[in-house]
Ligand binder design. Structure first.
Ligand code: 6GU
Length: 226
């Protein structure tokens, strides 16, 4: 069982993503638990303030240290986290290897950044890992959190129906997945490759492997180091 707690200032953004399809099944099977914690509950004063102007001046607000640390500490009283992850565009870019690694953990705490980001002292003293989902900027970390949870959750043993199916994903072996086809075998004269209809398993596997190699060479040569 993997438990993922997510600290957010817009918890509504994180309700639907885990209520459908594979994430729904993962939660129903008690393989994955996702809890969203509203940072505003730890906000300061009558307005439950969680952001403030940055020292030194400049446009944009900063997520304050006090609500965030209070929130983190209230959670760490009940849970020993394997990683406390801050989602930020200047983190390490998420890839399948990191997803595989994180899927082996038991408890993760994920913090969604907003505005100009969180007070650096939280990063220096509480965060153990910083992740970005790519070289572009989102208005907040929630959509990144949804992506992170989805990409990790589907890897948990027992989540996918066909246990081998995560193994044949793109990236799982640094190769893109081969093309797939379904019925009918011919549509408006456009045919499925004969080999896939041959029933010859070994030749089919060989065709898929070669297709993967060629696709990767063409579309993502950077994945092929050797
Ligand atoms: Cl994790 N957060 C934000 N705000 N923007 C991003 C990102 C994360 N990853 C890529 N862009």
């Amino acid at each position: 069982m993997l438990k993922i707690d997510i600290i957010s200032v817009i918890p509504d953004l994180l309700t639907s993503p885990f209520q459908h399809s594979i994430m729904k099944r993962a939660r129903e099977k008690n393989l994955l638990e996702v809890n969203v914690i509203d940072l505003k509950n730890f906000g300061i004063g009558n307005y439950r303030q969680v952001d403030d102007y940055q020292f030194g001046g400049g446009a944009g607000m900063v997520m304050m240290i006090e609500p965030l640390v209070n929130c983190i500490e209230s959670l760490t009283q009940n849970t020993q986290y394997d990683e406390i992850i801050y989602l930020t565009p200047d983190g390490s870019t998420l890839n399948q290897k990191m997803c595989n690694m994180l899927s082996l953990k038991e408890n993760l705490l994920v913090i969604c950044g907003h505005y100009k980001g969180i007070d650096q002292r939280v990063r220096d003293h509480w965060i153990t890992m910083e992740i970005s989902i790519g070289d572009y900027v989102l208005s907040g970390g929630e959509l990144a959190a949804a992506i992170l949870v989805d990409s990790i959750g589907r890897l948990l043993p027992g989540v996918l129906n066909d246990e081998t199916s995560a193994l044949t994903d793109s990236f799982q072996d640094d190769l893109l997945a081969p093309p797939v086809y379904s019925r009918p075998a011919e549509f408006r004269g456009i045919k499925v490759p004969d080999i896939l209809l041959s029933g010859h398993e070994e030749k089919i596997n060989q065709w898929r492997y070669e297709s993967s190699l060629n696709l990767t060479k063409m579309k993502r040569p950077d994945l092929m180091k050797e």
